[in-house]
Write a protein that binds this ligand. Structure first.
Ligand SMILES: [Zn+2]
Length: 123
C-alpha cells in the first residue's frame, strides 16, 4: 500500500502543477489520483479523507466539464486557441463580444488572450 500512496503523492503534485498552469492534462492527472486516494483511504478505513477526495474528484470533474464546454463553444474556433503570436494585419472584425477575426487572414483572437491584447486593444 505504501508505494501506491507515494506514487499517488507524486502524481498528485504533478497534477496540481498542471492545474495551476490551467492545463487540461493537469485536471485529468489530478482526477486520476483522487480515485487512487479514495481507494487507499477506503481500504485503510480512513473515512474523512476518503470523503474529502470524493469531494475533490467531483469538484475537479465539474471544473473539467465546464472547461470542455467552453472549449467547444462555436464562437471561439478551437484551432486558433492558444495562439499567442498575433497576425500582423490591422483590420479586425468583432465576431462576438469576446472574439475578433482578422479581416485579411481570417485568424481568430480571443479578447484578453495574448493575441487580441497586443493587436487590437479594446479598452
Ligand atoms: Zn491577419
Amino acid at each position: 500500500m505504501t508505494w501506491i500512496m507515494w506514487l499517488a503523492t507524486a502524481a498528485s503534485l504533478v497534477g496540481t502543477v498542471g492545474v495551476n498552469r490551467k492545463r487540461p492534462w493537469g485536471q485529468a492527472v489530478w482526477m486520476a489520483t483522487n480515485v487512487v486516494w479514495i481507494a487507499c483511504y477506503t481500504a485503510l478505513g480512513i473515512w474523512p479523507s476518503a470523503a474529502l477526495f470524493c469531494a475533490y474528484f467531483f469538484l475537479a470533474a465539474y471544473g473539467f466539464a465546464k472547461w470542455l464546454a467552453e472549449e467547444k463553444r462555436p464562437d471561439v474556433p478551437t484551432g486558433n486557441r492558444g495562439t499567442d503570436a498575433p497576425c500582423l494585419h490591422e483590420r479586425f472584425i468583432l465576431e462576438s463580444p469576446r472574439v475578433l477575426r482578422c479581416a485579411q487572414c481570417g485568424r481568430f483572437f480571443e479578447i484578453g488572450s495574448g493575441g487580441a491584447r497586443s493587436t487590437a486593444r479594446t479598452d
